[in-house]
Design a protein around this ligand. Structure first.
Ligand SMILES: Cc1cc2nc3c(=O)[nH]c(=O)nc-3n(C[C@H](O)[C@H](O)[C@H](O)COP(=O)(O)OP(=O)(O)OC[C@H]3O[C@@H](n4cnc5c(N)ncnc54)[C@H](O)[C@@H]3O)c2cc1C
Length: 368
């Protein structure tokens, strides 16, 4: 059996690893000329780490993770955790994205990855799917998986009329640099004034990553550094959080990432008989729950197990969709509550409710 996977982000690469592990012939097609990692670092929860382990990539990936235990701060530096939740609900591993994607690509195998291969369109027939690329090449497979992110070309053809949308007024600035004299444990997340949030944390290789975001933000007009510093000031009433501003100051302008946040609207379907959407292509979320990547990796487990359990691909894809679509309806409801949180206290409560669900009920549903 042969699978073509469009996109070599964290989810496309994990899909490649998983199908290779169950004996399929795998081709991951990436439009960029190299394996890229958009962003600085990514926090991954147990749900994703278990999937890497299940398909044989667990140890190498764990070796580059830095454990993080979250606290939620207000602008005066007072910290909160919701009562009644465990440490597990506040614990994830932080990975440098470039290193993570390099390890995932290594596990897929260079011979199974084609770079500079931009998917243009597909044609589905009873006995297979034909995929055409911008360079004129045509490939055939039993299954096409669109792991091509929020601007997915596979989604545009499979479910026309659902382009990525702006999460209006939601802007994020991020950076990664060599650790300095900031406190090692970092301020994991500060919920400040005017709906600004942000923080920093150490990651693998003695690096530190910082992030500031703001909901309902005015359109940025200054340089990336100026705009990031403006939000950082909203998280620092009395100087307790000066380290965050120093980190932003130390980051060269060219290395600061700024994103207008995009999301994928709810879709009427994710699959056909031989084509499936996965990861951000299916459900690109606002990143304020720091779990879109984790949940996308979890999709891979559900898809592969469905393929193993069912006699036909059509039945497998329909089981995958039946598992995941209601799952994301629940994710959205919990994520909306986190977004609406008015202060650090409410944020700590709603975020713990989300992680508790993801690590328990959500995890079990993905393994049912
Ligand atoms: C600011 C921010 C912070 C975040 N923090 C976290 C976090 O801490 N934890 C977490 O779990 N998640 C986090 N997320 C979400 C997470 O980054 C995404 O959910 C995840 O990266 C999605 O991975 P993906 O593989 O589905 O898509 P992508 O990473 O977008 O990969 C898609 C790939 O497809 C390629 N491609 C696109 N079109 C084509 C085509 N036509 N042909 C071939 N290739 C194509 C692209 O070049 C790209 O390489 C965050 C997101 C943001 C924006």
């Amino acid at each position: 059996m042969r699978i073509i996977i469009a996109g070599s982000g964290i989810v496309g690469l994990t899909t490649g690893i998983a199908f290779k592990a169950i004996g399929w012939d795998v081709l991951v097609c990436e439009q960029a000329p190299e394996i890229r990692a958009a962003g600085a670092a990514i926090g991954l929860w147990r749900n994703a780490l278990d999937v890497f382990a299940e398909f044989g990539a667990g140890d190498s990936i764990r070796a580059i993770g830095a454990p993080v235990e979250t606290w939620f701060y207000d602008a005066t530096g007072q910290r909160y955790r919701a009562p009644g939740f465990d440490l597990a609900e506040h614990s994830f591993e932080l990975f440098p994205r470039p290193e993570l994607n390099r390890l995932l690509a290594q596990a897929v195998g260079a011979e199974n990855i084609r770079l500079g291969a931009k998917l243009l369109a597909f044609k589905e027939a009873d006995d297979g799917v034909e995929v055409s690329f911008a360079d004129g090449r045509v490939e055939h497979a039993d299954l096409l998986v669109g792991a091509d992110g929020v601007y997915s070309a596979v989604r545009a053809q499979l479910v026309p009329g659902h382009p990525a949308q702006e999460h209006r007024g939601h802007h994020v600035w991020r950076g990664m640099l060599a650790a300095g004299d900031e406190p090692a444990e970092g301020s994991i997340l500060t919920v400040g004034h005017q709906r600004a949030r942000g923080g920093y944390a150490r990651t693998y290789g003695d690096q530190v990553v910082w992030m500031v975001n703001q909901f309902d933000s005015e359109a940025p007009v200054g340089s990336k550094k100026e705009e990031a510093l403006r939000r950082a000031a909203l998280l620092n009433e009395n100087g307790w959080n000066d380290a965050l501003a120093r980190l932003i100051e130390r980051t060269p302008e060219a290395q600061i990432l700024h994103n207008q946040i995009m999301f994928v609207p709810s879709l009427p379907r994710w699959t056909s008989a031989r084509v499936a959407l996965i990861g951000d292509a299916a459900h690109g979320l606002s990143p304020h729950i720091s779990a879109g990547g984790t949940l996308g990796v979890e999709d891979v487990h559900v898809l592969v197990r469905a393929v193993q359990r069912h006699d036909t691909l059509a039945a497998a894809l329909s089981a995958y969709q039946a598992n995941r679509m209601p799952h994301y309806a629940q994710v959205h409801a919990l994520a909306d509550a986190v977004e609406a949180a008015r202060d650090a206290h409410e944020y700590a409560q709603t975020y713990a409710e989300f992680t508790h669900w993801m690590l328990n009920e959500g995890y079990r549903a993905s393994r049912a």
